[in-house]
Design a protein. Sequence first.
Length: 58
Amino acid sequence: MSVDAKALARAERADFADLIAVLSDDQWQAQTSLAVDRVADVRGLMSRGHFHPSVGLG
């Protein structure tokens, strides 16, 4: 079975965009479970293809 990684990545980005499109200002400024980043910081990193190293994706 072949997996189209690019299609999966596009779908994941689209799902993420849908999720963050409805966040309130308070939600954007909320601390993440990592307690070192706000939601807005994590979104910025993810949009540039970076992940937080403490979750094992960096």
